[in-house]
Design a protein around this ligand. Structure first.
Ligand code: XUL
Ligand code: CO
Length: 438
């Protein structure tokens, strides 16, 4: 007896299918640019939204029942969530999961008891992993829910709280290594501030770096060879979070000598909260060699917070996959950090959310590959910068063989410069549409 007995294994039926419990575009074995879709798109289930979140919001209690037939806050319930999660992933053909420590067990008052529970549940998860081909994408520590973290974790004003954060990172790294995780995430939930009036920003940022350095040292000492990730987010829950966006986080890592061990885990809704497009933060990460993993979701342009919706916007998924293909793929994967809307509270909705997300990214992959194979955009961009490659002065600028004096003489000789060539944005957008709707 399973948990989702009324839900069949989800199969690919093609774009014409009207079956809500079938893939329309995600065809795991279909070859795109020489690789299987499933290899391009290592999808992951987020333990917290899928197996824990019941649709509570600031104004109302949960509406989705995630008891899976057990009493909440017991180890029986924790195990039922493992059973539910593995059945869910198997039915959808999802090969990875991501977790926080407190997603997988109820947190006890004493950290020693929480750690004992984590040992017990990770044995159980490992058993399930050994019976299936499901793996861990990344693990992380929840250092934002417990009241002790109200002033942050690594950035807390309290050394005692810092020690508890360090203890959680240590244990979450132990679990990640035990479960063979590809990565370890730092999302700076409350690593920020509410008011500068009570905040020593320099001190707090240096302490976050100290915690990350300890994590790298410990992780490497226990055989963790994967990537550490920062998951940038500008705000929420704090008014200002230090890992504002990819550019800020990369600058922080470089300033503290952590850039060799860390990459970015870019979440779509976090990028838009920072006032960027999703593809902007992907590009910033990629050009710095730090595009590691993705939290796949989308926000709502009418709402100023992190709505964590299942990806539906095919334009954005296409531009995301364009960046990912250009970067040569991800070393991490695509974690659906997404939840059903509160009124979509049934078990069937859990599956339909993932089907939507996987189909949206499959379409994005197909269309991004077509854009690259079409070649017109690449050709245009190449041509746009061609004066640096096919003029003497351009070549000299690139090779560092000129200076302000020579360039000034060059400009004065010309007297005035030609316009730099049309940006042709509308033409390029038309190409995107013609590829999307061919
Ligand atoms: C919160 C968020 C987190 C991280 C993991 O906005 O995205 O769930 O992904 O801590
Ligand atoms: Co996330």
């Amino acid at each position: 007896m399973g948990i989702f007995n009324s839900i069949p294994t989800i199969k690919y039926e093609g774009p014409k299918s009207k079956n809500p419990l079938a893939f329309k575009y995600y065809d795991a074995d279909k070859i795109v640019m020489g690789k299987k879709m499933s290899e391009h798109l290592p999808f992951a289930m987020a333990w917290w939204h899928n197996l824990c979140a019941e649709g509570t919001d600031m104004f109302g209690r949960g509406v989705a029942n995630k008891s899976f037939g057990q009493q909440y806050a017991t180890m029986e319930h924790a195990k039922a969530k493992v059973d539910a999660g593995f059945e869910f992933m198997q039915k959808l053909g999802i090969k990875y999961f991501c977790f926080h420590d407190v997603d997988i067990v109820p947190e006890a008052d004493d950290i020693k008891e929480t750690n004992r529970r984590l040992d017990e549940i990770s044995d159980y998860i490992l058993e399930k992993m050994n019976q299936t081909d499901i793996k861990c994408l990344w693990g992380t520590a929840n250092m934002f829910s417990n009241p002790r973290f109200c002033n942050g974790a690594g950035s807390s004003n309290s050394a005692e709280v810092f020690a508890f954060a360090a203890a959680q990172v240590k244990k979450a790294l132990d679990l990640t290594v035990k479960l063979g995780g590809r990565g370890y995430v730092f999302w700076g939930g409350r690593e920020g501030y509410e008011t500068l009036l009570n905040t020593d920003m320099k001190f707090e940022q240096e302490n976050i770096a100290r915690l990350m350095r300890m994590a790298v040292d410990y992780g490497r000492s226990i055989g963790f060879t994967g990537d550490f990730y920062i998951e940038p987010k500008p705000k929420e829950p704090m008014k200002h979070q230090y890992d504002f966006d990819a550019a800020t986080a990369i600058g922080f890592l470089k300033a503290h000598g952590l850039d060799k061990d860390f990459k970015m885990n870019i979440e779509a809704n976090h990028a838009t909260l920072a006032g960027h497009t999703f593809e902007h933060d992907l590009r910033v990460s990629a050009i710095n060699g730090m595009l590691g993993s993705i939290d796949a979701n989308q926000g709502d342009y009418l709402l100023g917070w992190d709505t964590d919706e299942f990806p539906f916007d095919v334009y954005t998924a296409t531009m995301c996959m364009y960046e990912v293909l250009k970067a040569g793929g991800l070393t991490g994967g695509f974690n659906f950090d997404a939840k059903n809307r509160r009124p979509s509270y049934t078990d069937e909705d859990m599956f339909i959310g993932y089907i939507l997300g996987m189909d949206t990214f499959a379409l994005g992959l197909i269309k991004a590959a077509e854009l690259i194979e079409d070649g017109r955009i690449d050709e245009f961009v190449k041509e746009r910068y061609s004066s640096y490659y096919n003029t003497e002065i351009g070549k000299k600028i690139l090779s560092g063989e000129t200076n302000l004096q020579e360039l000034s003489e060059y400009a004065e000789k010309l007297g005035s410069a030609k316009l730099p060539g049309s940006g042709k944005q509308e033409m390029l957008e038309g190409i995107v549409n013609s590829v999307l709707f061919n």
